[in-house]
Design a protein. Sequence first.
Length: 262
Amino acid sequence: MPLSPTTIQALADHLEAAELKAHDVVKITDEHPEMDFADAYAIQYAIRANKLARGVKLSGLKMGLTSFAKMKQMGVDVPIYGFLADYFARPDGGAIAVKELIHPKIEAEIAFVTKAPLHGPGCHIGDVLAATDFVIPAVEVIDSRYRDFKFDLKSVIADNCSSARYVTGGQPRRVDEVDLRTLGIVIEKNGEVIGTAAGAAVLGHPAASVAMLANMLAERGEHIPAGTFVMTGGATEAYAVAPGDSIVVRYQDLGAVSLHFV
Ligand code: OOG
Ligand code: MG
């Protein structure tokens, strides 16, 4: 880890301030080209520690850049993970205040809630399906703190993978009630279909994303505890939204999630 603990904390404070005050910043690798992936996750974990110290609660974990469409859109090719905080959550049908954000985009995701811990290395789809309580649809609102939503992998990991808001809704289902690979997803903005996908867009099977998370966490000696809400990553590219926009995402067998931007 080329960055010192002082620099890591300073970069965490810098990126968290950009989030909380909703202003953009230049990507941190411009000034710190020497930083490595361990530094990037250390910055993300320092942001998480800042929040926990203020009484914010962790509400889940997320994978990002798990679909080819997302990797292509962002010009990067490796999945990443981040954390979800309680204040990111909004109710189904709820309003998202754009003035609290910089340049939000929405993503359609399939989320899992675990009922048993998942440990890597070697965690696979079978382990994930056996440890899943239910799956539930989610829409994530991402908001990179980087200017023009442009970044490299290390910068976006440090920025908690652009996490900002999320909404869950629809109908939770057990994994044996649905085929998560063929499960259709239809994204509508202001009544018009803007994106479609099947669950397999996410690493071939959304459970593979949860397994990958367990395996990535194992590198830090961590695991996915029982009762964890995990978002598996956007199945399509992300779509920019503006005040006045209304989003409905319809999931085959899982109902719909809606939200609107004010
Ligand atoms: C990084 C976050 C990606 C997803 O679902 O792929 C993400 C970004 O694209 O800004 O949340
Ligand atoms: Mg996402």
